[in-house]
Design a protein around this ligand. Structure first.
Ligand SMILES: Cc1ncc(COP(=O)(O)O)c(C=O)c1O
Length: 384
């Protein structure tokens, strides 16, 4: 059994979550529950592979090998029942750099890109930074549960709409979109010649069946560029190794041209080492991680209920990111934020950073030992 209860001191490890509190929250004395990485050690199968690679002593430029491609292919087949070909895979140094490159590759300046908000903020920030027009298609919320608003989506499509960004599973609302929702969405894009960029980085951390968008049909695969990585799954995001997948040669070529132009394809040698070890030997650890996260999520739900908390919390289908609504409190968003920081002394992500729809929400990262989760919840509940 792996020990997810172990408390690991992450301070002074150039760790954004712990060492940059002052920079982002203006104080250091906070329990960090923000950045989407986990407070668990990556499994020894990965650590040992990295140590062995380091013992070699030469760290020149790295390239993926046949084995790297085969492991990605096998992972998609085994975990997600998706058959892909080596020629569809393109390695890159992160999902966010890949996304930005894809925006440039698959649209022109002034074109419109539709993003379903609230969502992980680089997915809309990159659109603007690339000089494209951001169109938001807000998700519909019903007491903390989210669905897509496809009527609104249809009404926003114009001849200038070239890309739809899908976050699947969705950060921060935690939905695993079901197959029917994905088919309906994709059909609208097929009818309107819109390419879908599907960010599937959270695909492995799911508590119900996940369907990769492009696995549904050839027609859908033909309009999709999928982005993924082992970064979230195995807590190796700092090793900057990710990949894009597309069956459509034209889409992949356009995307790779921009990746080359932006010099994004050179990947840290330890990134490949970790990815290979993870996909070859990491499944047992992942299964146990999923059980631990699921218990943390259930614990959170019952803790809030037992303490008669007015926080609205719907258990996510995916991710360890918990989307807390404080809308039942008759205080402003700014006041909630202040109380979390000054009274509860916890650092959560501000919901409004995911879009205006995030007003009243804060995102709590529950990928931490249960004792520390309990401490955090107790500090929150005491002041709310
Ligand atoms: C939806 C989503 N995409 C991408 C990323 C980051 O990907 P990368 O670190 O590979 O750039 C995150 C990290 O939180 C995320 O939640």
């Amino acid at each position: 059994m792996y020990n997810f209860d172990e408390i690991v001191d992450r301070k002074n490890t150039s760790c954004a979550k712990y060492d940059a509190l002052d920079l982002y929250f203006g104080e250091e004395d906070l329990q960090p529950l923000w950045v989407a990485d986990m407070d668990f050690k990556t499994p020894n199968v990965i650590n040992d592979a990295i140590i062995n690679r380091a013992k070699h002593g030469i760290y020149g430029y790295a390239k993926p090998t046949k084995k790297t491609y085969d492991l990605v292919k096998n992972w998609m087949k085994k975990r997600h029942n998706w058959e892909i070909d080596t020629s569809w895979i393109s390695f890159v140094n992160g999902v966010v750099p890949a996304y930005s490159a894809a925006i440039e590759a698959l649209s022109k300046e002034g074109d419109e890109v539709i993003v379903q908000t609230p969502v992980y903020f680089p997915l809309f920030k990159s659109v603007k930074e690339n000089g494209r027009v951001l169109i938001t298609n807000s998700l519909k919320e019903d007491n903390g549960y989210y669905t897509m608003d496809l009527d609104d989506l249809k009404s926003k499509i114009t001849p200038k709409t070239k890309i739809l960004t899908l976050c699947s599973p969705h950060n921060p609302v935690g939905r695993v979109w079901n197959k029917n929702e994905l088919i309906e969405l994709a059909n609208i894009c097929i009818e309107n010649n819109i390419t879908i960029i599907s960010d599937e980085i959270h695909a492995d951390i799911v508590f119900k069946k996940f369907t990769p968008l492009a696995s549904i049909s050839n027609e859908i695969s033909n309009i999709t560029l999928t982005l993924n990585s082992a970064g979230k799954t195995f807590n190796i995001a700092g090793l900057n190794c990710a990949y894009a997948i597309s069956e459509n040669k034209e889409i992949l070529k356009k995307y790779e041209n921009i990746v080359r132009k932006r010099e994004l394809s050179s990947i840290n040698v330890f990134g490949f080492t970790a990815l290979e070890a993870a996909y070859e030997f990491g499944e047992e650890w992942l299964e146990q991680l999923l059980q631990y996260l699921s218990l943390n999520i259930k614990f959170t739900k019952s803790y809030l209920e037992k303490n008669n908390s007015k926080i609205i919390f719907v258990e996510p289908d995916s991710t360890y990111l918990l989307w807390f609504s404080f809308k039942n409190y008759s205080i402003s968003h700014a006041k909630v934020k202040q109380k979390l920081l000054k009274n509860s002394k916890v650092a959560l992500n501000d919901g409004t950073s995911f879009g205006t729809e995030g007003k009243g929400f804060f995102r709590l990262n529950a990928a931490l030992p249960k004792t520390n989760l309990e401490k955090a919840l107790s500090k929150i509940v005491t002041h709310f």
